[in-house]
Design a protein around this ligand. Structure first.
Ligand code: NAD
Length: 484
């Protein structure tokens, strides 16, 4: 298997390369083969990307919102028309099964382009009457040049979730995908260009943290939006702070799902399976601490274990596969190490737990029971297919334990008691909470973290606040008085 991207970067409306940049390989996680080799952006590439973004932003912001929106909606249509091709590239890049990428990745990117395309023409300021017939109006203005930095788990979705609101508001963007999964962001750039975006409006440059750092510290940059881990978030936030840049931080999690005795068992089991094993567990908002009340505890574990037997692990290009490999050998080894720690610290390994032999980066979906709050697997983000089940007795205890973490990305509650459901959702310290379902992220709903899990919100009208700024214009209607 191989894949030939046109070039490493997309700048000023075209694919470009600079072979002075250090080469890096793109690896197909199913086989470990190198499928493409790209180059890390040199200083000249970064410079060209930022210059072209700066120039394109002026042209773009002079259009009406409706005209900008038309480009985004056209891009959404192109993305949908090319869904299979894009999904196949995403599967080669990430190892996620085609059964997922065909429905979840470009499709979610297209939703964002369509949604924010629709909003673009509605963005306005307001008229504010003040004393003496004077008035104030506000103008909603773009920030300028935004930098987007992506994680490797949802490459085209992350790029689109950042580009769509940024562009709708009249900004330009330079996007750096994760060095692990550099391919589909280039396709987004190509599609936006084909849809009529001016050259330079959305640029893609490749590289790891040092390229990200050079972008976010450049004086031409007004905003930084990162999707990544908490440790990276700390560094990026600090670097952006030095230049007083706007930020959006979409970071990691260790989210709880609380299952009460009166819950619909199969729904709770299905949600825990989706919220731990979809994308081979490589999802930021996964509900990796599943608290189950006493009376349902053993039944819940038995049902999860039984349903895990139906997982189809293997070739991600086979559309019947439901569990693909981990993104990399490194990530597989990190997860395997956590599984060993879980066993050493006394958690009960109910199912899975082993690496699967072969060239691909496979690991068995893993279920731990009798996990306690102080165990490492209950405290740290594993980012792999490892579910930890913890036992609880009463509501307040469950809430306290669910919130006893530095993270606050998502949380879920399963119960048939209506008032309890809302009471628990209100008590969760998490940005996105679910009642009797889990991990759905429609573009219409705000998504983002509390506490260490992030700053700002993606998706929904809330994202507009994070990609625009208000200018106040005071209009004097009276003579100006002065004391002398
Ligand atoms: P990571 O933090 O290692 O890298 C994220 C991105 O930041 C990469 O593009 C990387 O090159 C870049 N980067 C690293 N150091 C940098 C620096 N000093 N300056 C600028 N850029 C730098 O994360 P990852 O391993 O790619 O992704 C997994 C993490 O992402 C998990 O913690 C997961 O929870 C999180 N995530 C969060 C969300 C969300 O929406 N909250 C979504 C997906 C993933």
């Amino acid at each position: 298997m191989s894949y030939r991207p046109q070039a490493s970067h997309f700048i000023n409306g075209q694919y470009v390369d600079d072979t002075d940049g250090e080469p890096f390989d793109v690896i197909y996680p199913h086989t470990g083969e190198v499928i493409a080799t790209l180059h890390i952006a040199t200083a000249a590439i970064v410079d060209a990307a930022l210059d072209s973004a700066k120039a394109a932003q002026k042209e773009w912001t002079a259009l009406s919102g409706t005209e900008r929106g038309r480009v985004l909606r056209r891009a959404a249509d192109i993305m949908r028309a090319r869904n299979r091709e894009l999904s196949e590239i995403e599967t080669k890049d990430t190892g996620k099964p085609l059964s997922e990428t065909l429905i979840a990745d470009p499709a979610s990117g297209a939703d964002a382009l369509e949604y924010f395309g629709g909003l673009a023409g509605t963005l306005t300021g307001e008229h504010i009457p003040v004393a003496g017939g004077d008035f104030v109006y506000t103008r909603r203005e773009p920030l300028g040049v935004c930098v987007g930095i992506g994680a490797w788990n949802y490459p085209i979705q992350i790029a689109s979730w950042k580009a769509a609101p940024a562009l709708a508001c009249g900004n330009a963007m330079v996007f750096k995908p994760s060095e692990m999964t550099p391919l589909t962001a280039l396709k987004l750039a190509e599609i936006l260009h084909e849809a009529g975006a001016p050259a330079g409006l959305f640029n893609v440059v490749q590289g790891a943290g040092s390229v990200g750092h050079s972008l976010i510290t450049d004086p031409r940059v007004d905003k930084v939006s990162l999707t990544g881990s908490v440790p990276t978030g700390r560094k990026v936030y600090a670097a952006a702070a030095d230049g007083i840049r706007h930020v959006t931080m979409e970071l990691g999690g260790k989210s709880p799902i609380v299952v009460f005795d009166d819950a619909h068992l199969e729904n709770a089991v299905a949600a825990a399976i989706n919220g731990n094993f979809y994308s081979t567990g490589q999802i930021c908002s996964n509900g990796t601490r599943v608290f189950v009340q006493d009376a349902l505890y053993e039944k819940f574990i038995a049902r999860v274990a039984a349903r895990m037997d139906n997982a189809i692990i293997g070739d991600p290009m086979d559309e019947t596969t439901t569990i693909g490999p981990m993104v990399s050998a490194r990530q597989r080894d990190i997860v395997t190490n956590y599984i060993r720690i879980g066993q050493d610290e006394g958690a009960r390994l109910v199912k899975g737990g082993k690496m699967i032999d072969g060239d691909g980066f496979y690991i068995e979906p893993t279920l731990f029971a009798d996990v306690t709050d102080e165990m490492t697997i209950a405290r740290e983000e594993i980012f792999g297919p490892v579910m930890s089940v913890l036992r609880f007795s009463d509501e307040q205890e469950a809430i306290n334990r669910a919130n006893a973490t530095e993270f606050g990305l998502a949380a879920g509650v399963f119960t048939s008691d209506l008032t309890r459901a809302h009471r628990v959702a209100a008590a969760f310290e998490a940005g996105t909470c679910y009642i009797n379902t889990y991990n759905l992220t429609p573009v219409e709903a705000p998504f983002g973290g509390m506490k260490a899990s992030g700053v700002g919100r993606e998706n929904s009208k809330a994202a507009i606040e994070h990609y625009s700024q208000l200018k106040t214009v005071y209009v004097g209607m009276n003579d100006v008085e002065a004391p002398f």
